[in-house]
Design a protein around this ligand. Structure first.
Ligand code: ZN
Length: 177
């Protein structure tokens, strides 16, 4: 039995409750000893690593919560590191809107074309590379709420670069603000 599984067992038995470290630690140390006869090493680090994996929500220092919906969300709809890499590679490590890449010193994000909230999946087709600026603009203009696939006009497909700003970003007619 894995130590992390045991920590999750405790949190799953106590969903949607803010739980401080000592309560979890006491239980897992005791239960691990009972079940395996071994000492549970470094439970604090185990909790921390589950948080880093996105399985536990950090409420405040030393307090964590397990929310089944949150985990489902993360697991099903977030891009895995491997898929992210695939999307970045497909897009040539460039923002699909402005063409900026790491060469230009911009931070690249992998974006859900159809947002997760609207049922957008973590698939290669639903992923696109955006620079930090365009990622921010897209999220803040809440674009793609119409579920259209290509509302952002990829720079490669643009015929001319007029317009600027939101108009250019959202390809004119598709704009919904
Ligand atoms: Zn950009």
């Amino acid at each position: 039995m894995g130590q992390l599984d045991l920590i999750m067992e405790f949190f799953k038995a106590n969903p949607n409750r803010d739980i401080a470290h000592p309560e979890v630690v006491d239980w897992v140390v005791k239960t691990y000893k009972e079940r395996t006869g071994k000492v549970f090493r470094d439970p604090d680090r185990g909790i921390c690593s589950l948080h880093q994996q996105g399985k536990l929500i950090k409420v405040s220092k030393g307090v964590y919560r397990y929310d089944p919906n949150f985990v489902l969300h993360l697991n099903l709809e977030d891009f895995s590191p491997a898929l992210k890499k695939q999307i970045l590679k497909r897009d040539g490590y460039q923002c699909v809107i402005c063409g900026a890449g790491e060469k230009e010193g911009v931070e690249l994000h992998v974006d859900h074309i159809k947002p997760k909230d609207l049922g957008g999946k973590a698939t290669l087709e639903n992923g696109q590379t955006l620079c930090a600026k365009h990622d921010f603009l897209k999220k803040n203009f809440n674009q793609t709420s119409n579920g259209q696939k290509d509302v952002l006009t990829p720079f490669r497909k643009r015929t001319r670069g007029g317009g600027g700003g939101a108009h250019r970003l959202f390809g004119g007619g598709a704009r919904r603000v």
